[in-house]
Ligand binder design. Structure first.
Ligand code: ENO
Length: 359
């Protein structure tokens, strides 16, 4: 079985995040399968950008409609750089900040590359300022955005989408982004952690729940850095590096207030999840442990939800692009601040079983 190493951080100013994968069809999946609501769109002869929202979680999906010359195409996508991927990737995380020019200047003085310098965009609703900085991890970039002077529904340059179906009453309870997990090359997580601490003021938190500052993590999106430690067996981390062609964003944890109802509803829409072998739930003491957290072991086993001793529950979707790269997670914290160490081991086992079946 594979094993992994994780480190985490918490951002003080990080308020909302979005990602910009560039694969056609994914917007439909997000809307139809995961029930994110299309809220705003921007279309030019060459690109389409679609914003989809559920709770406070917003994804921005970039699609290239026509090939453009490389020299001018980098400005086609508003609020982002074009990673020009040959594959499915989620490559940008947006941080809302107060002082875009100040932060950009600071980042540059530390040697960070800034593909888009501070830029103002306006429409009838007001104006926003943004810049884009390259991360030191893989193909990741960060849009730094100040929308405090903007009153419109999304961002300047985007048209609101009217008459989107209501997201209430469908059983899906997703509130916000809980965390974003990066895959780093072996030995690279420590360097990445230091970089985010220095450049963006993220604070380290420990994954062991006994040691973490309880309550301090509430509602701020965390970054998790994963690297593989073992050579043996298929695991999501090594597979990601191989199929993504290097480090990048591996998954995003969507916070849910009811993981059982949400998993069931998403399964009915066709979402596919990794489920651990049935023996995981029938192991000695496991059922008792689950009951001790107030859950029904049979229900969790039926859906494939991973419970942890810390009350936390998680479930991971299959990768959503054709490559085994980016995927989503549902996480129901019930007040638990950390991550389920045992869950990750169970997940790696489930992935290995799945990959063995694929061969
Ligand atoms: O538990 C989580 O949500 C994590 O973010 C940890 C993690 C890291 C790498 C994986 O392949 C799966 C899970």
């Amino acid at each position: 079985m594979g094993s992994g190493s994780l480190s985490g951080m918490q951002g003080g100013f990080l308020d909302r995040s979005f990602f910009l994968p560039s694969v056609q069809g994914w917007a439909q999946d997000l809307a139809n399968t995961f029930r994110f609501q299309p809220v705003a769109m921007r279309e030019t002869p060459r690109v389409r950008q679609l914003a989809l929202r559920r709770g406070s979680a917003v994804f921005l999906v970039n699609e290239r409609l026509a090939p453009g010359p490389a020299s001018t195409s980098s400005h086609d996508f508003l609020y982002d750089v074009d990673p020009r991927p040959a594959l499915g990737t989620a490559s940008n995380v947006c941080f809302e900040v107060n002082d875009v020019p100040g932060l950009c200047k600071q980042l540059q003085s530390w040697g960070c590359s800034l593909p888009v310098p501070p830029t103002e965009v306006k429409d009838d609703g007001g104006s926003v300022t943004y810049g884009v900085a390259s991360s030191i991890v893989g193909n990741i970039s960060h849009t730094l955005l100040d929308r405090s002077r903007y009153r419109g529904p999304f961002l300047p340059g985007f048209q609101p989408i009217q008459g989107a179906p209501s997201a209430t009453g469908d059983g899906i309870k997703i509130t916000h982004f809980d965390h974003i997990t990066y895959v780093c090359p072996r030995g690279g997580a420590r360097v990445a952690l230091d970089w985010y601490q220095r450049c963006f003021g993220f604070q380290r938190f420990l994954l062991n729940p006994q040691e973490s500052a309880r309550g301090a993590l509430a509602h701020s999106c965390k970054l998790v850095f994963a690297e593989s430690l073992s050579e043996d067996g298929a695991n999501q981390v090594d597979t990601f590096l191989e199929q993504h062609g290097g480090a990048g964003i591996q998954h995003v944890g969507l916070c849910t207030t009811d993981i059982v109802a949400t998993t069931r509803a998403l399964q009915q829409q066709g979402a596919r999840f990794f489920t651990p072998p049935a023996t995981y739930y029938s192991r000695e003491g496991k059922a008792e442990e689950i009951r001790g957290t107030g859950q029904d072991p049979r229900m969790l086993a039926e859906l494939g939800i991973l419970p942890s001793r810390e009350y936390l529950m998680q479930i991971f979707t299959h990768p959503i692009f054709s490559e085994e790269t980016f995927f989503l997670e549902l996480i129901d914290r019930r007040g638990a601040p950390g991550f389920g160490e045992g869950n990750i081991r169970a997940l790696w086992k489930a992935v290995q079983v799945y990959m063995d079946q694929q061969q």
